[in-house]
Design a protein around this ligand. Structure first.
Ligand code: PLP
Length: 395
């Protein structure tokens, strides 16, 4: 058995996107900046991609900037808003404790440059309270940045309400929608956002390509200097094969979204119900307000790392949190933010499903996790202490 259940980390390139990638690379190989017909053909394809992505997001093509992915888009949005704010004496940046490191580390860098960074807490359900955002906004606020959907626990944030609030208060709003685009409906008008980040490899497009949506009129500074590409906001010859494949993957994901999410909800329910039967465990994040693909649990008395290795031996690709933190011994900042204590946060497991997963695979996942958790607990001194009453169960 081989089961890929780590779709929040990355996805396999879809057949159609792969075909478009190869075709574009071999047939539309001109440089879109070249004046000859081969270059102009590439420019046409680039324009079509921009129009199609804009239409899907409810944006104007002029508001779509192609980047190298989610991290770059997050960096550019936050730095642009911060530096524009500083020019007006606004140095406060508001975000949440559960953001992706692409956001958190950019904010940390700005904090070192003298910006005031406020990271709002989330409830034990993994959702930020709009009232906390409202209370944090003041005249010195340059930017609010709140992710659409969390990459570790899948919780959906009240981004449309936050966007409306920011618009009303005249504060720029960025949303990291990397986990959402292609999976749930995303429309920049409904979100009232000024910036939005997306990444192709999270919806069966290629790695290393993404989009920054920047509303017309919102400040935008370039991170890469050079040629005049992307209206002087992102230099470098466009990766047209990747952009075309991303566009194809996005169209495909959006067309299949309704059916896929119904199917995923069903698998998610089955997986959550099955895993909940394991003693002393808990689902991470709100049961309802979450991506249909995400199942995240903590199991008391075990180490997530060992769990992953043993699951891998059974042919299962899973994660303990985000791919970015694996390899480090620090427990996930997201799990700590929802109130999990260190020991419990270490026993985490994230299974993220995709359209190709089946009911049979979900049943195998349940059975395998059950077996591996029981096996690890059998060897765990912490578990023995819990069983002997020398320690109190938390879950
Ligand atoms: C994956 C991810 C990113 C980073 O995107 P890359 O394209 O890999 O740079 C940013 N934010 C979230 C929420 C993500 O899941």
């Amino acid at each position: 058995m081989y089961i890929y259940a780590d779709h929040a980390a990355t996805t396999k390139l879809s057949e159609r996107a792969a075909k478009v990638y190869l075709q574009t690379a071999q047939e539309v190989y001109g440089n879109p900046s070249s004046l000859h017909s081969t270059g102009q053909r590439a420019q046409e394809v680039l324009t079509e991609c921009r129009e199609q992505i804009a239409a899907i997001l409810g944006a104007s093509p002029r508001e779509i900037y192609f980047t190298s992915g989610g991290s770059e888009s997050d960096n550019q949005a936050i730095l642009s808003a911060a530096y524009a704010g500083a020019k007006k004496g606004k140095r406060k940046l508001i975000s949440t404790a559960i953001e992706h490191h692409a956001v958190l580390h950019t904010l940390k860098k700005l904090q070192k440059e003298g910006f005031e960074v406020v990271l709002l807490p989330v409830g034990t359900n993994g959702i930020v309270d709009v009232k906390d955002v409202e209370a944090a906004i003041d005249d010195s606020t340059a930017l609010v940045s709140v992710m659409f959907a969390n990459n570790e626990i899948g919780t959906l944030q009240p981004v449309a309400e936050i966007g409306a609030l920011c618009r009303k208060r005249g504060v720029l709003f960025h949303t990291d929608a990397v986990q959402a685009v292609g999976h749930v409906p995303v429309n920049v008008k409904e979100l009232s956002c000024d910036y939005l980040a997306l990444s192709a490899h999270k919806f069966s497009g290629p790695k290393g390509v993404g989009v920054l949506y920047c509303r017309t009129g919102a400040p935008l500074t370039s991170l890469i200097e050079g040629g005049a590409q992307e209206k002087h906001k992102r230099a470098g010859t466009e990766d047209l094969p990747a952009i075309a494949a991303m566009t194809e993957a996005l169209k495909e994901s959006v067309a299949d979204m309704g059916a896929t999410s119904v199917m995923l909800r069903h698998l998610q329910d089955r997986l959550i119900d099955g895993l909940s039967k394991i003693p002393h465990c808990a689902l991470n994040g709100d049961r309802e307000k979450r991506l249909p693909s995400n199942v995240s649990f903590c199991f008391e008395g075990i180490e997530g790392e060992s769990l992953l290795l043993l699951l891998d031996e059974k042919g299962i690709c899973a994660s303990s949190g985000s791919a970015c933190t694996s390899g480090s011994l620090d427990p996930s900042h997201v799990l700590l933010a929802i109130g999990r204590v260190h020991d419990v946060a270490h026993g985490s497991l994230r299974l993220t499903l995709g359209a190709e997963n089946t009911e049979e695979e979900v049943d195998y996942l349940i059975q395998s996790v059950e077996e591996v958790v029981a096996y690890l607990r059998g060897m765990s001194p912490v578990w023995r202490d819990l069983q002997e009453g020398k320690r109190q169960y938390i879950l």
